[in-house]
Write a protein that binds this ligand. Structure first.
Ligand code: PLP
Length: 467
């Protein structure tokens, strides 16, 4: 590691103020002294990521600047409350950090108010639900095994003990059946209806759900955790003006840090100051200001035109996957996709979601097993495999590569149905080789900016990359 005298001039050249550069490099040196095993683990993790293709639908490639923003020291501050209204002194700077994140969140989603403090998507949901509802209140949410989320008052979540949840299911064709939701709403008379999910690949019709909410006098909460990038880019209909409150995680599609947002539109029936009170003091204490800085960076990135283009690729690539599966006679929940996700339905087949997920992981591809509606298998085995295209869209690969990959995975599923051992499948071997080639070809995209732009040799030195 370079000595202190060498660090500062180099940092200055990169536009990093010396104190900030020292914080990061001194911190790394201290880590090397006190917890070298952590540095080894970090190196192994980064190496593993560089060698794998990530098709986990609930994630996106965290932007390097987002990771750096979290290490700027802002987390080391205690300050409850909101900018200009804190309960602790010395907060002028972090007030500006928070404001930056708020302004960008409002701009990105066209929201009239954003609360950027939730420590996770689940905490955003819990803050809102606990704030809006009284103990024992009826609430209507999507069934967990039909694509809902634990934090939507699902049975295993503790919140279900304190409210009276009813769940709606998907229709026979795996899509949202509005008349079924209406029926459930008419009988359960919920105070809140929650929409959005973890494993729903089709467009969510927020307007239709609003009509149901209006009919029974319920508030509509939309959780766009999985599709927030698509919504921001206009590649999925906006939940505004239909939802009274909108929540999202920031790491799934926004390339942000872990964390959540709560948003409201101008027509919401829930006041901005009520939303703030639900988060603090209603549910959380001091926000993590490092996380807020990182959210500001991610939201800024999502405002760039390149992000919208990437979201276009996200949807196009998911359709390529859907076509590869359906053209081989494999079933998909919802029959296809309008988003970043396809959910393979293996009910009635010998091969399970777990079999496919394991075979893919051994070939260097990450995709998770997932329950499908009316799944006869356990959550450990599952009849579903969920595939997402967020990472592929930022790798700079072309449609033919995505098609090869999708067709290879679809063919592997057919091979595994006949013989559960992946190594007996020629397709599995081809897939493993394809992953190696793809990650090598896109290595440049994964390099830190310093190694990409530090002089011509640096660029020419990376194999397969035009300078
Ligand atoms: C729809 C939905 N909401 C909320 C969450 C929870 O987000 P977090 O992991 O940030 O708590 C998830 C994560 O899986 C999700 O899919």
């Amino acid at each position: 590691m370079a000595g202190a005298t060498e660090k500062t001039p180099q940092a200055g050249r990169m536009g990093v103020p010396p104190r900030v550069a020292d914080l990061v490099s001194d911190g790394l040196e201290a880590l090397a002294d006190t917890a070298p095993e952590l540095l080894d683990l970090a190196e192994r993790e980064l190496q593993g990521r560089a060698e794998r293709l990530n098709l986990v639908a609930a994630s996106s490639p965290t932007a390097p600047a987002v990771l750096a923003a979290q290490a700027l020291g802002f987390s080391a501050l205690t300050a409850e409350g909101y900018p200009g209204r804190r309960y602790h002194p010395g907060t002028a700077v972090v007030d500006e950090v928070e404001q930056l994140a708020v302004v960008r969140a409002e701009l990105l989603f066209g929201a009239s108010h954003a609360n950027v403090q939730p420590l996770s998507g689940s905490m955003a949901n819990l803050s809102v639900l606990l704030g809006l509802l009284e103990p024992g209140d009826p609430v209507l949410a999507m069934d967990l095994s039909h694509g809902g989320h634990l934090s939507h008052v699902s049975r295993p979540a503790s919140l279900a003990k304190h409210l009276e949840p009813t769940y709606y299911q998907l229709g026979e064709d795996g899509t949202l059946d509005i008349e079924h939701v209406r029926e459930k709403a008419r009988t359960s008379r919920p105070k809140v209806i929650i929409c959005g999910g973890s494993a729903y690949p089709r467009t969510i019709d927020f307007a239709a759900l609003r009509s149901v909410a209006d009919e029974v006098g319920a508030l509509l909460v939309g959780d766009i955790s999985h599709i927030s990038g698509l919504v921001a880019a206009g590649a999925h209909p906006s939940p505004f003006p239909h939802c009274d409150v909108v929540t999202t995680s920031t790491y799934k599609q926004l390339r942000g840090p872990h964390g959540g947002l709560v948003l409201r539109g101008p027509d919401s029936r829930v006041a901005a100051n009520a939303i703030d009170a639900f988060v603090f003091p209603g549910f959380q204490g001091t926000p993590d200001f490092g996380m807020l800085a990182a959210k500001a960076v991610a939201l800024g990135g999502a405002l760039e035109p390149g992000f919208g283009e990437a979201m276009g690729r996200v949807v196009r690539y998911a359709r390529i996957f859907a076509e590869a599966f359906t053209s081989r006679g494999l079933s998909l929940v919802g029959g296809g996709t309008d988003t970043h996700m396809v959910l393979l339905d293996l009910r009635g087949q010998a091969v399970t979601g777990r079999d496919v997920s394991r075979a893919l992981e051994a070939a260097g591809i990450l995709a998770n097993k997932n329950l499908v509606p009316n799944d006869p298998r356990t959550p450990q085995r599952t009849s579903g495999l969920r595939i997402g295209t967020n990472h592929l869209a930022f790798m700079g690969i072309e449609d033919p590569d995505v098609r090869d990959l999708a067709e290879g995975i679809a063919q592997l599923v057919l091979d595994l149905e006949a013989d559960r051992r992946p190594e007996s499948s020629a397709v599995w071997h081809r897939l493993a080789a394809q992953v190696t080639a793809l990650v090598a070809a896109t290595e440049r995209e994964k390099q830190p900016v310093s190694r990409r732009t530090e002089g011509k040799e640096g660029i020419e030195g990376i194999e397969g990359v035009a300078a």
